[in-house]
Design a protein around this ligand. Structure first.
Ligand code: ZN
Length: 204
């Protein structure tokens, strides 16, 4: 049946759902039908949540994470001030690390990584604000947690050299095999990273 017979609000809803990452036409229709017909669905509550989030949330002045105030809850927490600064690409990366509960310091989201082909260099990213933070906060260490691709590597090396020259200890997260993963399933790039980034076995 041609879509010309579909009601306009239904088409609008499925069109908007298709704009979401990873949602194709079939998934958009499934979600729309669930929202409209399922007893557990509450489309008004969902719409309100989206509206409130888009109106109230902004980026933290210091680190670039989501917040409703000038500073996010991580930057406002005094107990996190004494630890290293972890440099990531986006706010989503902060969520990923927070979810693991393995880092107790503060973050700095650059807003991306170097991409000369797209005209993205230090001036297009939040590098100046990172320089200012390092000057005022004087962290003992900066940990780089950027992508392991060519652009991520170039960004890490540029910034690591910049801050190393200022006397700050610079480090990067390890790249290699996933925990629980066997060697036979690893690709050549991952194995190469795992071997070059090997660490000494502590026998103490
Ligand atoms: Zn923050």
């Amino acid at each position: 049946m041609s879509k010309v017979y579909y009601p306009a609000p239904y088409l609008l809803l499925t069109d908007e759902l298709q704009r979401l990452p990873g949602i194709g036409p079939r998934s958009a229709e499934r979600i729309a039908l669930w929202l409209l017909q399922s007893r557990g669905a509450n489309p008004t509550r969902l719409a309100n949540a989206i509206q409130e989030a888009s109106q109230c949330l902004r980026t933290c002045k210091l680190c670039g994470f989501f917040t409703t105030e000038d500073l996010c809850r991580i930057c406002s927490a005094p107990e996190r001030r004494v630890h290293p600064i972890c440099v990531v690409e986006t706010a989503i990366d902060i969520i990923a690390i927070e979810r693991a509960s393995v880092f107790l310091g503060r973050y700095h989201a650059l807003g991306g990584k170097f991409s000369p082909l797209n005209g993205i260099g230090p001036e297009q990213l939040r590098v100046t604000s990172l320089l200012a933070r390092v000057k005022s906060e004087r962290p003992q260490e900066i940990i780089f947690a950027l992508s392991a691709d060519v652009e991520g590597e170039a960004t890490t090396h540029y910034l690591a050299r910049l801050f190393s020259e200022q006397g700050v200890l610079v480090s990067r997260i390890a790249h290699g095999l996933p925990v629980g993963g066997g060697l036979e399933y690893a690709d050549a790039g991952t194995l190469s990273c795992a071997i070059s980034g090997r660490s000494r076995i502590s026998l103490e």
